[in-house]
Ligand binder design. Structure first.
Ligand code: F6R
Length: 242
């Protein structure tokens, strides 16, 4: 796609189609996986417009967020619980009871992660997972070195990721060092995956993901093994493809 508006539109059409076919196939409202960050914001705005013009119906839909910081106080505007509420749950009119975000203040993080995995199973699995890509090739917060079979778990954020996300905070010190994230194996269990990536700072990661080996040095490369992935990128993010 040439620009951000086109990226958002194409990705939204794909997500909407996946939602419709999920409902047709399974006879229940769709289950979506949500990324935070800047990349999918236009896509969420497009989905909101589709709801308004009646071309998409998300009544009863459920959602699972990819990841969450550890240790931000409850209600912190940059906690992913708040970001998801603001950019996804409210604009899409979803029932907050059906939108799951990992609890970054749990005193039992492993239990929280295990229950999250079970909640995905109980919901019948994710029909369409929306993902972005980190400049270092992460998806979710699966940083380089993550097992390609990993499940939802605590993770230490890469310094590059903390620096990239510093823009959401007042200083680097305020960016958490730890997080909880769906694993690569968890993400790969989604029936369909839609990735959005924009900008030259994603170009190297996109090239490695698509043209490099399947390797934990570029966690997103695991998507080469998924049967139903759509990658929607702008010209800048595509600029290092051969
Ligand atoms: C966010 C997430 C991350 C981001 C990635 C890109 O929930 O899982 O993998 O998708 O860091 O972030 P942006 O879109 O802000 O460039």
């Amino acid at each position: 796609a040439a620009n951000a508006a086109e990226v958002a539109r194409l990705a939204a059409l794909r997500v909407a189609r996946a939602c419709r076919s999920a409902t047709t196939r399974r006879g229940i409202p769709p289950v979506l996986g949500f990324a935070t960050g800047s990349s999918p914001l236009g896509l969420y705005a497009e989905l909101t417009a589709m709801l308004e013009d009646g071309s998409l119906d998300l009544a009863g839909a459920a959602g699972f967020a990819l990841d969450e910081y550890i240790g931000l106080p409850k209600g912190h505007p940059e906690s992913y619980a708040e970001v998801i509420r603001r950019t996804v749950t409210e604009p899409l009119g979803l029932d907050p009871a059906y939108v799951h975000v990992l609890d970054g203040n749990s005193d039992d993080p492993l239990g929280t992660c295990a229950r999250f995995e079970q909640a995905i199973i109980d919901a019948g699995g994710v029909d369409v997972q929306i993902v972005g890509i980190g400049a270092n090739g992460h998806i979710g917060f699966n940083e380089p070195g993550s097992s390609l079979a990993s499940r939802t778990r605590p993770m230490t954020l890469a310094e590059r990721t903390r620096k990239d996300n510093q823009r959401f905070f007042d200083s680097l010190d305020e960016v958490p060092t730890q997080c909880l994230t769906q694993g690569l194996g968890t993400i790969m269990d989604a029936r369909e995956i839609v990735m959005v990536a924009k900008g030259t700072n994603k170009a190297e990661a996109v090239a490695k993901m698509l043209e490099g080996p399947v390797s934990s040095s570029c966690p997103a490369s695991v998507l080469q093994l998924h049967p139903n992935v759509t990658i929607v990128i702008d010209d800048d993010a595509a600029s290092r493809l051969s």
